[in-house]
Design a protein around this ligand. Sequence first.
Ligand code: 13P
Ligand code: SF4
Length: 319
Amino acid sequence: PEQEAEYRERIKALLQKHNAVLVAHYYTDPMIQALAEETGGCVADSLEMARFGKEHPAQTLIVAGVKFMGETAKILTPEKRVLMPTLEATCSLDLGCPADQFSEFCDQHPDRTVVVYANTSAAVKARADWVVTSSIAKDVVDYLDQKGEKILWAPDKHLGDYVQRETGADVLLWDGACIVHEEFKARGLEDLKALYPEAAVLVHPESPEPVVALADVVGSTSQLIKAAQELPNQEFIVATDQGIFYKMQQLCPDKTFHVAPTAGSGATCRSCANCPWMAMNVLENLASVFEQDDNEIHVDPELARKAMIPLQRMLDFRK
Ligand code: 13P
Ligand code: SF4
């Protein structure tokens, strides 16, 4: 705890000294989320992180999350310096969608509008017509479907499948998945529901269909937090990374939150549903964020110029 307090003080002083702001995702360590709040930064879902980074006047953005979030920030504000506690923090969706293979897939289906999830590399975004996050995926695809467009969707097959079911659009899926959400199991969730019959079930749409089918609310991290506040239930079962409990508990101190069961976990697992890449963001590497020499985000300017177009479309879609 003493060491933690020291790190926290050091980070606060460094942010001030360097005119930097901390932008953190809801899945990061609660201590990092708390620091972001305390220092005038933000804790948010991936769409809000992108917007916040773009609009904030600070010259340096410290992005605590995974690499695609840092890249998105850099693409949207190339004039800013974007640092991350570690560039090792990636994402199974990003890893599972190499740009060259994805580009071939797009070439094979020139009649389709290319919609990619934000959890992708700058090169994949550069090939897309639209970038979306989970909070607006359904609305964007619905909008394109209304215009009669057929969709090529990548990389998350579960989110793509969910969007397809909700909108009825013609969606061709890339075969990718989030290793965290894919582990949630409907069978265990049913058992937990039986144990807490009054609980509302909140599910992130990166989860498989049988889990989504048991949800009372499906949405992005921000949307799930909002649901926790607005629903009258006192108890919740939550199928997403357990980093989200920090904010849920802060906003709803009298409510109870249970993490949904994953493969191999007991009904009350507390050590699962935790993204290994998000967990790489710790106070220690945050405290050395200005001293490391390999943690700045660089995006090839030509790629960035191309990727900016579908990203800006996303931001403009919902002001
Ligand atoms: P959102 O915060 O947009 O819901 O995304 C979740 C996610 O996968 C981040 O890794
Ligand atoms: Fe990627 Fe899943 Fe981790 Fe989010 S939780 S960063 S989607 S692996």
